[in-house]
Design a protein around this ligand. Sequence first.
Ligand code: NDP
Length: 299
Amino acid sequence: MSPATSTALKLNNDVTIPAIGLGVFQSPPEETTSAVEAALRDGYRLIDTAAAYGNEREVAEGIRRSGVARDEVFVATKLWISDYGFEAAKVGFAASLRRLDVDYVDLYLLHQPVPSDFENTIGAYQAMESFLAEGRARAIGVSNFSAEHLRTLIDRTDVVPAVNQVEIHPYFSQPALRAVHADLGILTQAWSPIGGILVYVPGSDEGRGPLTDPVVTALATKYDKTPAQVVLRWHVEHGTSAIPKSVKAYRIAENFGVFDFSLTADEVATIDALDKGVRGGPDPEKLNRDTHPKVVDNS
Ligand code: NDP
């Protein structure tokens, strides 16, 4: 594969999504605008936000300031669980469109399953199917779904999710779930793609993440790249979409510099072998309104 072949990926409805995008979870509102503006100037064309992140307005402002046309930016956001259910989802979606100052989004995701209230999870997805039919979302999908959640959803609804956005980095690479995605025609999108969840959770230190792993740092030295670039290139080699977050301009640029080198199949396999099979984030089976009591204000 030539180094740059996978700058964009195709979804199951033929919509194209950039392989690398900017994530803005935990980006403070005042830094989100400058991060989005910097990313778009560097060539990013995918921004991943969520109603629950509280910075959709600042994403909109960053897009405006960048001068990049709306239809050149792939805008992805997510419905939070306080807006699950068919009717509530319509309210939540309208509020996201308003905050993002757009009349459509490129990708709309259920932020997470609520296994103990899967009826309302399905109801919300059915509302998303209507947004897709109306052209107000170009693609719809889910996040943090297990294989079982995906199968149940697909049995009960009409549109196979285009994307499942899940925790994936070298220490938790989820090969079994990725195989299910491939079978079902669902694109894998990696959150915490450079292992942020292992580093920023309370009590952690940088040594827990994959960026200091000797396998990764040796490849960084070999290719004269940074550890983050090696890990992001590993995602590209797998055909995974990745959405690294940074509010620092130099890192935003760094994280996009992954299309001028490639890893060999053996090197990809060496990084695959780092998988510890232990997630940093919460178990999707246990997500509910008690573990995640946040309520999005749609006023
Ligand atoms: P990441 O793996 O993207 O890591 C982000 C952390 O790494 C930040 O602390 C950032 O700090 C730091 N960082 C960024 N670039 C570099 C670099 N080149 N070298 C060293 N450190 C770096 O983790 P996230 O959890 O933030 O995930 C990314 C995105 O995924 C989120 O922003 C969000 O869009 C999405 N997400 C979705 C979830 C879901 O449930 N659907 C859950 C979690 C994330 P700094 O900003 O200071 O540079």
